[in-house]
Structures are given as structure tokens and as C-alpha cells.
Design a protein around this ligand. Structure first.
Ligand SMILES: Nc1ncnc2c1ncn2[C@@H]1O[C@H](COP(=O)(O)OP(=O)(O)OP(=O)(O)O)[C@@H](O)[C@H]1O
Length: 297
């Protein structure tokens, strides 16, 4: 379990994390989602003792990670897969970590198998693709067979097969009763992986709930309409909000019935489903730190 209590981190005049509290339970994959700069990495780094909080605490299985007697078997983390020296060979990299922490050579071979890197284990890490680098980072996180995993943007840059692999791996960890926290700035990535989502924006928690509930509550009904007399149709519908022929908040049946009653011909009536990303943005709208003008769709 990861427990975050009233955690705040201030860098200069940036409040990177602002008094957040959350309990990340075992047996589930929890997605940690928020726009760039929302505070995800900072929270994870503090939980792993790599950064000091300004105030508040983050504990793993009831104690600060830095105080853990066997850190490698308490929590495994993937923070920055590019942090490995490019001249190092994959197996040697894992062996070095294993040796420092009293982990056997047999376990190194085992994790190389699990992540599918055994056949390239004696290649230099600098020749690895992004996906192979992610797999190596995950192998390192697994060395101590920890009960808690924190993965920062693990699917960043992975191909669909890689994403599927991460999904299976994280789900199997959760099924074994481990605690799994996976961050991403894309809700669509986490919707496939996470049982629960912890949504963060500008350092504050915006939601912490089952993924399906967060998505369902945000679903927006939108319908594209082409009508013989659009003004009359909108009047019949009591002037809903319209954007480029798309009526917001009313479904196709409501619009079709109103058009029939008013004797208006419809040439198009298309239900539009809001994407997961739309739902996420409706939640984090005010908390996007680095926004760009919207490009026409
Ligand atoms: N070492 C640091 N010094 C100063 N500011 C920092 C430092 N680390 C993070 N920040 C700032 O804190 C805020 C939160 O950053 P953080 O990296 O935690 O966000 P994030 O949600 O992980 O974003 P991303 O998705 O881009 O990785 C940002 O405004 C960032 O610029």
C-alpha cells in the first residue's frame, strides 16, 4: 500500500504538489493521470525517497521508503528508462544492481526471461529501442520481487504490442495482491490498464475513483445534425448549445422526435461519442499548465 498524507512540494515559486492525500491499495492497478507538469513524477519521487516533501508524508507499506530495511524487495520503480549508461550491457546492468542488493544471479536471468530480453542481454543498452529500454527498466524494478510497483509513464513511446505487454504484466502483479501505481498523461492509455484512477491537475487531486466511474460521469452526449431548417429545429429544442452543426447535451432520439413533431426534415443525425481524452480534459480543463491553441479537428 502507498499512503500519501497532506503531501506538498514547493520548488521556488512552483507548488508542484499541493496538499494531496490518497491511499493506493494493494490488489489493484491504480492509474495516476494528469497533464504535463501536474505533479505525478514529483509525487512518485517523494514516495521513493528521491525528493524531500515540503510538508506531509508518503509511505510505502507503512514506512518511509528510505527507512525500509530491504528497499529492493519493498518497491520497484521505473522512473526514467533513459537513465542507464548506453555503454553498459543489459545483463551487466541488472547484475550490478543485483549484487549491490544481495539478489541472486538466477533472479537476473529470471527477470530477463519475464521481460523478453534474454536473447539481447549482452547487447549495449545504447543500441536498445525505447521499448527495449522500458523492458530493461521494468526488469530492474522486478529484481527484488517487490510488493509495490511505481511506474512513471511506462507506455510512453511503446508500440501496441508493448502496451499490451505492460497491461498484462501490471494486471498480473495486481492479481498477485501487489500495489501498482502507473502514471500517464494520457487517459486513454490508463483506461485500458487501471482499475482505479487518481487524477491530478496543477498539484491537486481532482478525482480518485474506479476508472469506469470517472469516465461515465464525464461522458458527453453530442449529436451531429443537418436539418432542413436548423433555426426552427433549435427553437423546437429550446436552443441547446450548438457548435459547427453538433448539438451538445441532447441525444439523437430527442432531436429526431422534436424534428418530427415540428415537421422538420433531417438529412443527418449522428450520435458522437466523446472520447476518453475528451472526458479527461473536461476534468482537467482548468488545470492544464501548458496549453496550446486548439487545432481544428
Ligand atoms: N527539480 C525541480 N525543480 C523545479 N521545478 C520542478 C522540479 N521538478 C518538477 N518541477 C516542477 O513541478 C511541477 C510538477 O512536475 P512533475 O514532473 O511532477 O509533473 P508531471 O505530472 O510528472 O509531468 P509530466 O507528465 O510532464 O512528467 C512542474 O511545474 C515542474 O516544472
Amino acid at each position: 500500500m502507498i499512503e500519501i498524507r497532506n503531501l506538498t512540494k514547493i520548488y521556488g515559486n512552483v507548488r508542484a504538489v499541493n496538499d494531496i492525500s490518497a491511499i493506493i491499495p494493494p490488489g489493484k492497478v491504480t492509474g495516476f493521470v494528469g497533464p504535463n507538469g501536474a505533479g505525478k513524477s514529483t509525487t512518485m519521487r517523494i514516495a521513493l525517497g528521491l525528493d524531500r516533501p515540503t510538508s506531509g508524508t508518503a509511505t510505502i507499506n507503512g514506512q518511509k521508503f528510505a527507512d525500509s530495511p530491504a528497499p529492493i524487495s519493498t518497491a520497484g520503480a521505473l522512473l526514467d528508462a533513459r537513465g542507464i549508461h548506453p555503454g553498459r550491457k543489459a545483463r551487466a546492468h541488472l547484475r550490478a544492481i543485483a549484487d549491490t542488493h544481495g539478489v541472486s544471479g538466477a533472479r537476473v536471468e529470471q527477470v530477463l526471461d519475464i521481460v523478453g530480453l534474454r536473447s539481447v542481454a549482452d547487447r549495449r543498452v545504447g543500441t536498445f529501442s525505447l521499448g527495449m529500454g522500458q523492458r530493461l527498466g521494468i526488469a530492474a524494478a522486478m529484481l527484488g520481487d517487490p510488493g509495490v510497483y511505481l511506474l512513471d509513464e511506462p507506455v510512453n513511446g511503446l508500440d501496441p504490442a508493448g502496451v499490451r505487454w505492460i497491461r498484462h504484466l501490471t494486471r498480473s502483479w495486481a492479481a498477485e495482491g501487489r500495489t501498482v501505481l502507473v502514471s500517464s498523461h494520457l487517459m486513454s492509455e490508463l483506461a485500458q490498464i487501471a482499475d482505479d484512477v487518481l487524477v491530478i491537475g496543477r498539484g491537486s487531486i481532482l478525482a480518485h475513483a474506479p476508472t469506469a466511474d470517472v469516465m461515465a460521469g464525464r461522458e458527453q452526449v453530442r449529436t451531429r445534425v443537418v436539418a432542413s431548417d436548423m433555426d426552427a429545429l433549435l427553437a423546437a429544442l429550446k436552443h441547446p448549445s450548438v457548435n459547427d452543426g453538433v448539438i451538445e447535451g441532447l441525444d439523437a432520439r430527442t432531436i429526431g422526435d422534436a424534428a418530427a413533431r415540428a415537421g422538420i426534415a433531417l438529412y443527418e443525425l449522428t450520435p458522437l461519442h466523446s472520447s476518453l481524452e475528451d472526458a479527461f480534459f473536461s476534468l482537467t480543463d482548468d488545470s492544464v499548465q501548458f496549453s496550446t491553441p486548439e487545432v481544428s479537428k
